[in-house]
Design a protein around this ligand. Structure first.
Ligand code: FCB
Length: 388
């Protein structure tokens, strides 16, 4: 069976600042990674050195035949001390945006991808009464460099951030899938929603939205009500915030089964990926259907989907299944504008370099990039617009 995707569909790969740039020293996460007795297995360190090697990364994206690149601006670099903005950092990100445009790549720019400046976190983080104003001021500062950018993601996975807020307070390492975490800290969730809406006000005229960690909560037998109650705080409330947005980002990897007493562990016999998540390519189509049903009229952009695996053939297998499911959801009526694979590079996976999501591997000492066969495979699909 051959499946065609619409003309103008965005085909791209994604990354985020902290995971790829290296030496994000003014951020809250850097402080956490480098404190004595840190619970992180690896520190981000130089990451992929993309702060310097971004032209090479963009060249790879273009040469593969992809037409889009998602990356994030790092608030901690742009405003390393409260109220002190770095013109050099802003100019840097302007060059990256222009680098995309010059290569014919549509930039998808995220303003906040998990990390915040350390001063922001020390000043109460999202729970400070000043958080929304602080975020708004940052958005105002970056607005002048966003010329030519059509897609702006305000905050990445606010639902995960709000769930992490509880966990971070306990200083625990998160294991397993996000969807199995305790419910979000509601005050953090509310602050993130307010920050998102404030950012959208500032961004008027640009297409903006936020990107949700879509968890595909499935009900175990007889547990539909429990599943619904589980999904409401963790996912649905964040989708509701997006009801008037220009688009919503869907980020799907796996599913979580909800029983009478909450999330069930991945069954022993299930096939797993390097993150321990269930290998479940249908996650993408299902997440798109779920999102489309709750946000009629809001265009969808798949801002993340991929797999942590050491076997690249498994990446192709997973992605082929995910794209088939995506095509099916679109045939049923979901308005999907593009697919951005997570990730372009094997990058820093929030505490460890072990789970390799990349289409491209990165030598940890020389930073040399090497394309994996999956990169060329996805590039071919992007060029032809067809999945065979
Ligand atoms: C998402 C994050 C992204 C990456 C993938 C695997 O939750 O947005 O940075 O870590 O998961």
């Amino acid at each position: 069976m051959e499946r065609s995707f619409p003309k103008g569909f965005l085909w791209g790969a994604a990354g985020s600042a902290h995971q790829t740039e290296g030496n994000n020293v003014a951020s809250d996460l850097w402080a956490l990674e480098n404190r004595p007795g840190t619970f992180f297995a690896d520190r981000s360190g130089d990451a992929c050195d993309s702060y310097h090697r971004w032209p090479e990364d963009l060249d790879i994206v273009r040469e593969l035949g992809l037409n889009s690149y998602r990356f994030s601006l790092e608030w901690a670099r742009i405003e390393p001390a409260e109220g002190r903005f770095s013109n050099a950092a802003l100019a840097h990100y302007r060059r990256v945006i222009e680098g995309c445009l010059e290569r014919g790549l549509t930039p998808v720019v995220t303003l906040h991808h998990f990390t915040s400046p350390l001063w922001f976190q020390q000043g109460g983080g999202w729970l400070s009464g000043e958080a929304v104003g602080r975020f708004r001021r940052y958005v105002r500062a970056v607005l002048p460099i966003l010329g030519g950018v059509e897609w702006v993601c305000t905050i990445n996975e606010p639902n995960l951030l709000a769930m992490m807020a509880n966990l971070m307070r306990d200083k625990e390492r998160t294991e397993g899938v996000a969807g199995a975490m305790p419910p979000p800290d509601q005050r953090t969730a509310d602050a993130l929603a307010a920050a998102h809406l404030a950012a959208r006000e500032e961004l008027a005229g640009l297409r903006s939205g936020w990107t949700i960690a879509s968890q595909n909560f499935e009900a175990a037998e007889g547990a539909v009500a429990e599943r619904d109650a589980w999904a409401r705080p963790r996912e649905d409330q964040f989708l509701e915030v997006a009801k008037d947005d220009d688009f919503v980002g869907v980020q799907a990897y796996t599913r979580v089964i909800i029983g009478k007493d909450g999330a069930l562990p991945v069954p022993d016999e299930a096939r797993r990926t390097l993150t321990g998540w269930e290998f479940h390519p249908a996650a993408l189509g299902d997440a798109v259907r779920y999102t489309a049903a709750r946000l009629p009229g809001v265009p969808i952009l798949v801002t993340e989907n991929g797999i942590a695996t050491a076997r690249d053939a498994e990446r192709v297998e997973y992605t082929r299944g995910a794209l088939a499911g995506l095509h099916e959801a679109m045939a049923e009526g979901a308005d999907v504008r593009g697919y951005l694979h997570w990730s372009l590079l094997d990058n820093y996976e929030w505490g460890s370099y072990e789970p390799t999501f990349g289409l491209v591997s990165v030598d940890r000492e020389t930073f040399q990039r090497t394309l994996k066969p999956s990169a060329r495979w996805l590039g071919e699909i992007a060029r032809s617009g067809r999945l065979d």
